[in-house]
Design a protein. Structure first.
Length: 449
């Protein structure tokens, strides 16, 4: 009986991974052999029906625009190609991207987006459900939770209790926020939506991969460990993520380290040979520029990638080893200008790029001084350095969200000025500072901006 039980389990697991249509047959066969007394087998019939009925749903989001941020939409397009190639139907893949790169005036190869040098066109035949002004935090939350936003294709994550959901977000970030072209999504908003989906039985298991600076802050001490949601992030709560693959012809970075590492891993080995945990360890080891983190429910990290990315057998691609040439995401404008200076064909062009670099550095100093004045206006000169020298995770979320929104509206648009996101920790610190009110913070922001 023990041997038959083991064989039934092996056959069941094989069917689960490769031939789900055989699950009901395997379940009936095992029960017919009298193994129904084994507790784990008693549920085979019920489980087989659930797994046979399950679907994979994918939401891919690039939250930025402009040629400077080419890499984010390249990452997103590459992700789409992975899910599509592994058999996830386009009806179950939702893509949000501004779509201003493929036909950009700076793109010498119209209709082409690449995620690495000499790489394939990841824009080819891509699904574009929400573009331009439809790429907003509000629409993202609606689509994720299955609510039609009234714009775009109308396609949403229409998942149910037996389904597997994969969310991939790529863009800029700061303390407890990730950016969109016009607006920000807070950790509180994201985790509230995920919790609501869990309570509403909108998935069996969910996986979230986030590429953004300080992306760990979106989940650290926030994402519940008992709702079957597992997340990995490009960086811990306090550090930058990194851009990579500078292309001299396109004069921009083509990818982000964490993103290209997990996607090139899939390109190299497929989805059937590695588990979530194995991929996490590989990506963590290869991403030497930041600390890749994992959060949430870890009880199912032994699941194979194909459970969430598709089971179709694809031809493995050769994983090329290309120098990353990585720079912190917030330093991309500086990195691009440094490359342009080095690559300048004439002294005139070199001087022009040097002047642009000086202007960029002056702009950065302006941002730093603006934040310094805002902090001084709230706590005074004596406590200014104390507030600016530490990082306190926000707990007064209402105050922090109000301060971030005000800063983005009055000072620097956070979706456009990545460098300014580096200083949002100061807004969090002000909100946590004893005796400080949100009114004082908002007034200081308005005065200085």
């Amino acid at each position: 009986a023990q041997h038959m039980t083991r064989h039934c389990h092996e056959l069941y697991n094989l069917s689960l991974k490769k031939m789900r249509f055989l699950l009901p047959v395997v379940a009936v066969l095992c029960l017919g052999l009298g193994i129904h007394a084994v507790p784990s087998v008693q549920h085979l019939l019920k489980q087989s029906k659930q797994d046979a009925d399950s679907q994979i749903w994918v939401l891919v989001v690039a939250g930025s625009n402009t040629w400077m941020n080419y890499r984010h939409q390249a990452d997103a397009c590459h992700a789409y190609q992975i899910f599509h190639a592994h058999g996830v139907p386009d009806s179950n893949i939702v893509v949000m991207m501004y779509d201003d790169i493929a036909d950009n005036s700076q793109n010498p190869d119209k209709g082409v987006i690449i995620n690495k040098k000499k790489g394939p066109n990841v824009y080819l035949d891509i699904v574009k459900d929400y573009t331009k002004e439809a790429v907003t935090p509000e629409n993202f939350l609606k689509v994720l939770q299955g609510e039609k936003p009234g714009v775009g294709s109308g396609k949403v994550i229409a998942s149910g209790p037996n389904d597997y959901v994969f969310v991939n977000f790529v863009d800029h970030g700061g303390v407890d926020i990730i950016a969109f072209p016009d607006g920000e999504l807070t950790a509180k908003q994201l985790n509230k939506a995920i919790s609501a989906m869990a309570s509403g039985n909108k998935f069996k298991q969910m996986v979230v991969y986030v590429e953004a600076c300080e992306s760990g802050s979106m989940f650290a001490d926030k994402l519940s460990t008992d709702i079957n949601v597992y997340a990995t992030t490009a960086a811990n709560p306090d550090e930058s993520s990194y851009a990579c693959y500078y292309d001299s012809k396109l004069q921009t970075y083509l990818g982000d380290v964490y993103s290209v590492k997990w996607m090139e891993n899939v390109d190299a080995v497929g989805t059937s040979s590695e588990t979530l945990e194995q991929q996490y360890k590989i990506v963590k080891n290869e991403t030497t520029t930041s600390h890749v983190m994992q959060y949430g429910t870890k009880s199912f990290v032994s699941e194979k990638l194909d459970v969430f990315m598709g089971t179709k057998n694809e031809t493995k691609k050769y994983k090329t080893e290309v120098p990353l040439d990585a720079v912190p995401s917030g330093d991309v404008p500086v990195g691009i200008l440094m490359h342009k200076i080095f690559d300048s064909p004439t002294e005139w062009a070199k001087r022009e790029h040097e002047q642009a670099l000086v202007k960029e550095l002056q702009f950065r100093e302006e941002i730093r001084q603006t934040v310094e004045r805002i902090v001084t206006g709230v706590v005074g000169k004596d406590l200014k350095d104390t507030v600016l020298s530490k990082r306190v995770p926000p707990s007064d979320y209402d105050c922090y969200e109000a301060a971030v929104t005000k800063f983005s509206q009055e000072c620097y648009k956070l979706g456009k000025v990545d460098y300014a996101l580096r200083f949002m920790y100061a807004m969090a610190n002000l909100c946590e500072h004893s005796g400080t009110t949100v009114t004082e913070i908002l007034d200081s922001i308005e005065k200085e901006c």
